[in-house]
Design a protein around this ligand. Sequence first.
Ligand SMILES: [Zn+2]
Length: 338
Amino acid sequence: MLNQQQDAFRPKIPATYCYYCGHAEFAPFCTDVHDRLKISHESWAFVRCTSCQAALLSPRPDTADLPRYYPTHYTFEPGKQPGKLRRLFSFAEFQFFYRWFYEAQVSITLRLLGNPAPENLRLLDVGYGSGLLLNNFKQRGFKNAEGVEMRQSAVDHVNEVFGITARVIELDQLEITYGENAFDVITMFHLIEHITNPAVIVAQCFTLLKPGGALIIAVPLSDGPLIRLRGNRAVTLTEAPRHVSLPSHASLMQLCKTTGFNRFAHHSDSALNCAAYYGLTFFPEGCTTSQHTVSRLLPLINRALMAASAFACLPLVLLINRVMKKPDAMIFAAFKPA
Ligand SMILES: [Zn+2]
């Protein structure tokens, strides 16, 4: 719930140009979108870039106001929930769901990179959240994996729990902090849809990468079947106003080509992640954030229903991802010229 005692919110900003391709014409896309976490009680709308088909939240909150729409517990972390039962459930979730989800994302990344030996590659995970994926990169051979987050608590967490180096850095300070040709791989998993300046961040990543290095972007897409099926109830949209945009494959290609990247590859995101989108669309009360509320049993029941519906949708998602090749989320690789 937003604290009404805080300073007034700045005026909202309508979309005037596409964050990905720079185009300035939009068509209506989706209206009457409501925040699934109920932090915002407003009605939001997305427009669609008529050139690259990216969906943009319009109007969107001022960038300075965006942190106010995030809950204290936003990403999944096993063992952080209140109460023994919920903590136990979270460890089961990690073993049966998240562990495999992150394993799949690392495997897809390695495949997109051409299955290199990861031992000597320096990897930077930008906006790593709980650090579970970053730790999976380390466990799979990326000994030189490090991270960047916006909160000191997230940095302390990966230092202490996983022994991984991380820093608190504002995203527009990456270039000043690391300089040119510092990394072989930069990953941004489910970050770009939350930021209002993807072109600035992608340009900084380009500078940070060594020649031949790769930027890996995982993101929900504007043209996936879930939005066609559920419209303004799709979780990728009801994550507004934290989701300020959803690109298409063409949006990412356009943005990365303009930046200077010259080789590209892509793969559907982990099927478990895509299936979770369906589960969360049908049972929004089963989200991670709800597991930190004071009430005891109802959040667990909702979480179990969400998980059951996600697993029930898994065969459909596998069909969508592997046969139709029109996924709801994608992992995209852009390579800097060698
Ligand atoms: Zn566009």
